[in-house]
Design a protein around this ligand. Structure first.
Ligand SMILES: [Zn+2]
Length: 436
């Protein structure tokens, strides 16, 4: 229902900056006019090969994929499951664990590969699938084994794409992945969680002026979409560079396995597959969508112990207390951090040890239609994201209210940006609060 109680769709003012708006709509217009492959259901469709292994139509196979192309030493094999459908269609690649300590992706992939999903009659039954799905639960398996975000050489794989066969160890891995898994994909979903000490509410990040990524982002079926140009060297950046649609899903935090973020990710992946007409059924859509081009970081002004009053997903009103900082060495004094305006906490600190300047909350100011959010909260004041409950609804695309929010990325970019020497070698927690 609309705000005034009527059933008319809400007319929303567009607040994205004019320049960006034009850029986005031009890209979408051009995309509409471009020729795209029509997946002829009767066309010839045969075996697919992945790393020298053959997969027949209507079957599923797990292939060991070496991250390093070597004849001596450890080649770091990782399992890649290929679900090859009975009918023609696109090839979609779903990746988890590019950062070895982020477990939302691996768990989502495990769920998608469970027997109830892939067996006869399941959502990913290869016999009713059109196209090919490649699922990689843990890309950075060496990092995962050592419970680390990084590769064994200390580098962040998600800053090394498209890689280099003659570069650093991690650059070689990036190259191997890019050559064999990325560049022949028709669409990519990259599953992440917040870095250590933080947690994210489920959200999508995409470059909205890359039309096919824009459509992919919307088809995921959740409310929060951040328009962010990806950091250079990230998988998303490199895929977009060669015009492959790619979105990043963020949910939960490192070293933590949250049921909600996994559930929403599974829901979103299935929605994408339905939108691409790879699996039967209608995609679910949210009641409204927030396409945001700005967020800000609430940071601690003092050091000490952080007591959070909100968590990721909390809806907060201007002036309400988000957290309080006290120091056991200085009893009796505490300092509150208050919400600068109405909005949504899309990421929150989970580590109570805090120092001045440390991010406490990733805050999305909601300048209009705040009531839509308020209508969709649980008893703790947290926003109920689509896909997190058991009864998602089906809605026509034209019934989705689109809210465009404009702002500046302040206090740290939403995706990390690394420049100069940091681009290659170092990552410091302080430089960017929201590595993904
Ligand atoms: Zn990540």
């Amino acid at each position: 229902m609309a705000e005034d109680g009527s059933r008319k769709p809400i007319r929303l003012a567009h607040e994205l900056p004019k320049k960006r708006k034009i850029e986005i709509s031009r890209a979408l217009e051009q995309h509409k006019s471009e020729d795209r492959p029509e997946w002829d259901r009767d066309a010839d469709w045969s075996d697919v090969r992945f790393f020298r292994k053959k997969i027949k139509p209507g079957t599923i196979r797990t292939v060991e994929f070496p991250l390093l192309n070597v004849s001596l030493g450890d080649e770091w094999p990782i399992p890649v499951t290929v679900i090859h459908g009975n009918r023609p269609g696109p090839c979609i690649t779903i990746l988890g664990g590019i950062h070895g300590d982020e477990l939302t992706g691996p768990s989502t992939c495990t769920n998608l590969l469970s027997n109830v999903v892939t067996d006869e009659g399941g959502a990913l039954d290869p016999r009713s699938l059109a196209g090919t799905i490649r699922i990689v639960p843990v890309v950075n398996l060496p990092g995962y084994r050592s419970k680390s975000r990084y590769f064994p050489d200390g580098r962040d794989l998600n800053r090394q794409f498209p890689g280099n066969p003659k570069g650093s160890t991690t650059k070689r891995v990036a190259h191997q992945l890019f050559e064999n898994l990325i560049q022949d994909s028709d669409a990519i979903i990259d599953l992440h969680s917040a870095a250590k000490g933080r947690t994210n509410m489920p959200q999508i990040r995409a470059n909205l002026s890359h039309a096919s990524s824009h459509l992919l982002a919307k088809s995921f079926g959740i409310e929060i979409i951040l328009d962010s140009s990806p950091p250079k060297g990230s998988l998303r950046y490199s895929a977009n560079e060669i015009d492959i649609p790619c979105i990043t899903y963020e949910g939960g935090g490192a070293d933590f396995l949250g049921n909600q973020s996994v559930k929403v990710a599974v829901y979103g992946v299935l929605n994408v597959l339905r939108s691409l007409r790879m699996i039967p059924g209608q995609p679910q859509r949210p009641k409204f969508r927030i396409m945001a081009s700005g967020s800000s970081w609430l940071r601690a002004a003092e050091g000490g112990l952080l007591d959070m009053f909100v968590s990721s997903g909390s809806i907060i009103k201007e002036g309400s207390v988000v957290a309080t900082i006290s120091d056991p060495a200085t009893p009796g004094i505490s300092v509150d951090i208050v919400a600068p305006e109405d909005g949504l906490i899309i990421g929150a600190a989970t580590n109570p040890f805090t120092a001045p300047g440390m991010p406490v909350g990733h805050f999305l100011p909601i300048s209009k239609h705040f009531n839509l959010l308020e209508e969709q909260i649980d008893e703790n004041g947290s926003f109920i994201i689509s896909g997190s409950t058991d009864n998602p609804v089906w809605r026509d695309e034209t019934d989705v209210n689109e809210i465009e929010l404009w702002g500046e990325w302040s206090g740290g970019s939403v995706d990390s940006e690394w420049t100069g020497k940091y681009a290659e070698e170092v990552e410091s927690e302080e430089s960017d609060p929201d590595k993904n």
